[in-house]
Ligand binder design. Structure first.
Ligand code: SF4
Length: 248
């Protein structure tokens, strides 16, 4: 570890008053080339993509190619890649899940969304992060109860440092940054889809609903697992999680 847990705690507290650009600059200076950004390629992901592109254009950008995205998201990913020439790395489920996905893949978001997220998101990201020192993510405290308690710098599994430069931003900050820099927006309307994930697990929100109310409605979850204890599990079957593929 380049920084001790105590040093990280101190730096994280100092960064509470720093700009996201300053935090990205610190991350690049201290961890490149063993640093990557993960991105969902939705509208709210655009500011961080832009900041990283400006500071370190060759940085790897991990995109979880779950096979379940809206067409519009794939189009937007392609569009941003074309105009900014990003270094995107598509992450896909491990080969060992091939048979399971062939039989249950399209049902899994409904029968066992936790397993589905583990196979399609958490495990591919865990594998991609192996060997990296640090990971930049766009999570914000105003998004979920879980994220409200996050820190700007946090050590995760195996000493990986998670860096969240936008943690103190609001949805309005995101929108303002995009407007001020004249940046592109995802084609799906932000008023109805302010938070976009996989198609089976995203619905349009109603007026007055929380921006993530349309994620996993009725499925008993609010996070995919990248930012919960699931990310620290080496296997899905470790205590607390078990395979449940629903009724035959
Ligand atoms: S968001 Fe839904 S479809 Fe995507 S990986 Fe998770 S459960 Fe599966």
């Amino acid at each position: 570890m380049k920084f001790s847990p105590k040093e990280i705690e101190t730096l994280s507290n100092e960064f509470e008053s720093a700009t996201p650009q300053e935090i990205v600059a610190w991350a690049v200076e201290n961890f490149c080339p063993n640093l990557a950004l993960s991105s969902s390629f939705q509208t709210q992901a655009v500011p961080l993509l832009h900041m990283v592109k400006e500071r370190k254009p060759e940085m790897r950008i991990f995109f979880l190619d779950t096979g379940m995205h809206f067409w519009d998201t794939l189009f937007f990913r392609e569009h941003l890649d074309q105009i900014w020439d990003l270094n995107i790395v598509d992450l896909r489920p491990d080969e060992k899940w091939r048979t399971l996905l062939r039989h249950f893949g399209s049902d899994l978001p409904d029968t066992d969304p936790n397993l589905c997220c583990y196979i399609r998101k958490v495990q591919p990201m865990q594998k991609a992060m192996a060997g990296l020192d640090a990971w930049i993510t766009g999570i914000r405290r105003d998004q979920t109860e879980n994220r409200a308690h996050a820190e700007i710098l946090e050590y995760k599994r195996d000493g990986l440092l998670r860096i969240a430069p936008l943690l103190n931003w609001t949805g309005e900050d995101i929108s303002n940054y995009i407007s001020q820099n004249n940046l592109p927006r995802h084609p799906m309307p932000n008023t109805r889809y302010p938070s976009l994930g996989c198609k089976p697990c995203t619905r349009a929100i109603q007026l007055g609903e929380n921006e993530r109310a349309g994620r996993w409605t009725g499925k008993g979850k609010t996070e995919c697992g990248l930012h919960t204890e699931m990310f620290d599990k080496k296997e899905f079957t470790e205590n607390g999680f078990k395979l449940n593929l629903g009724e035959n």
